[in-house]
Design a protein around this ligand. Structure first.
Ligand code: 5GP
Length: 203
């Protein structure tokens, strides 16, 4: 783990954890392992216009909605940030639940793409949000391609788009406070917990 995070100066409830990493790096698996071990962690449920994958549940994995519903919520200012990801679908973080969990002192994670992390970076100071930016990296680019092909949820065209985005995201690692290399899920979950425990004063 490479950790450049500055000491926690302000935020009484602890800092918002923004987690970013390329497609198929295993963010979801690491988060699931983290929450299995530490159920007190809350991961924000994003809104998206993409179709649910088999097994995905509305309100658990995402809030699935159509373009009109998404646009309406965006106009109403209900999102902390939004982005079009992989040139395919809209994604957005509902603002109110994030603020409520932070105010209650609950360790709060956003799992969002690089564009979303940039938007949060622009907006956070004016909103009084204290944020730590965490990048989940693969052990290598080749391993990332293997994981993407291995999970088998995308066709060739979708994989190509995701790998295009991944190259941009991998080049942005230096912008983040902390880098966690996801070599194994238990180790990456340990590293992520170490960041949260420090930011929220937990043990
Ligand atoms: P997937 O479609 O595989 O679930 O997610 C695709 C990408 O969208 C991932 O990189 C994920 O981090 C990102 N993503 C998920 N929710 C949000 C969100 O609310 N905002 C942004 N900006 N990206 C998101």
């Amino acid at each position: 783990m490479i950790d450049h995070a500055r000491p926690n100066a302000a935020s009484p409830g602890g800092r918002l954890i923004v987690l970013t990493g390329p497609t198929a790096v295993g963010k979801g698996t690491v988060e699931a392992e983290l929450r299995r071990r530490h159920p007190q962690v809350w991961v924000s449920v994003s809104a998206t216009t993409r179709r649910p994958r088999p097994g995905e549940v509305n309100g658990t994995n995402y809030w699935f909605m159509n373009d009109e519903e998404f646009a309406e919520k965006e106009r109403a200012g209900e999102f902390l940030e939004t982005a079009v990801v992989h040139n395919m679908a809209h994604y957005g973080t509902p603002l109110q639940p994030v603020l409520e969990h932070l105010r209650a002192g609950v360790p709060t994670i956003l799992e969002i793409d690089l564009q979303g992390a940039h938007r949060v970076k622009q907006k956070a100071p004016a909103m009084g949000l204290d944020v730590v930016y965490v990048f989940i990296a693969p052990p290598s680019y080749d391993e990332l391609v293997r994981r993407l092909i291995g999970r088998g949820t995308e066709n060739e065209e979708q994989r190509r788009k995701r790998l295009d985005t991944a190259k941009i995201e991998l080049a942005s690692e230096d912008e983040f406070d902390v880098t966690i290399v996801n070599t194994t899920v238990p180790q990456a979950a340990d590293d992520l917990w170490a960041v949260i425990a420090r930011e929220y004063g937990l043990h």
